[in-house]
Design a protein. Structure first.
Length: 147
């Protein structure tokens, strides 16, 4: 547990507890972006941590309320979480395997501003989700036809 993690929790108005520190450590792993509560729970189990699924949901909801994480509701009905401290980016989601690709595109960003301006709106926030399917079935994690 790092003092940086403790400080982040305290700044968000949250008491420093073992479950919060463990979940935060998992979220800080670059491989764990766009992770569901169930996947956080599985990692905790693999690490022999005795933290229940209900606690994981509660911690993630508290982190979302405190602005530590962003919650995304992609197609397919499950919520995924990522740290909020990242720079703005958009998402491309495979509807077959659920993989989420992050991307940044200055042309898209500029066009969104133009559309808002043309409609007399000052943008304060936005999110863009694009949905499709992996082009190569072999690399699509959940594509059963690739077997």
């Amino acid at each position: 547990m790092s003092s940086k993690d403790e400080l982040q929790l305290k700044k968000a108005g949250l008491k420093v507890t073992s479950p919060r520190i463990k979940v935060l450590e998992i979220l800080k792993n670059p491989n764990n972006q766009h992770i569901s509560a169930e996947d956080v729970y599985k990692i905790l189990l693999e690490n022999n941590e005795e933290i229940g699924l209900a606690t994981v949901y509660r911690v993630l909801n508290q982190f979302d309320d405190a602005g530590i994480v962003s919650r995304h509701h992609f197609e397919g009905g499950r919520s995924v979480f990522e740290l909020s401290a990242k720079d703005h980016h958009d998402h491309l989601v495979c509807l077959t395997c659920g993989h989420v690709f992050e991307f940044e595109d200055d042309v898209i960003e500029q066009r969104q501003l133009q559309v808002a301006e043309a409609n007399n709106i000052k943008l304060t926030n936005h999110s863009l989700y694009l949905y499709g399917e992996c082009k190569t079935p072999e690399t699509c994690v959940n594509n059963l036809e690739a077997d």
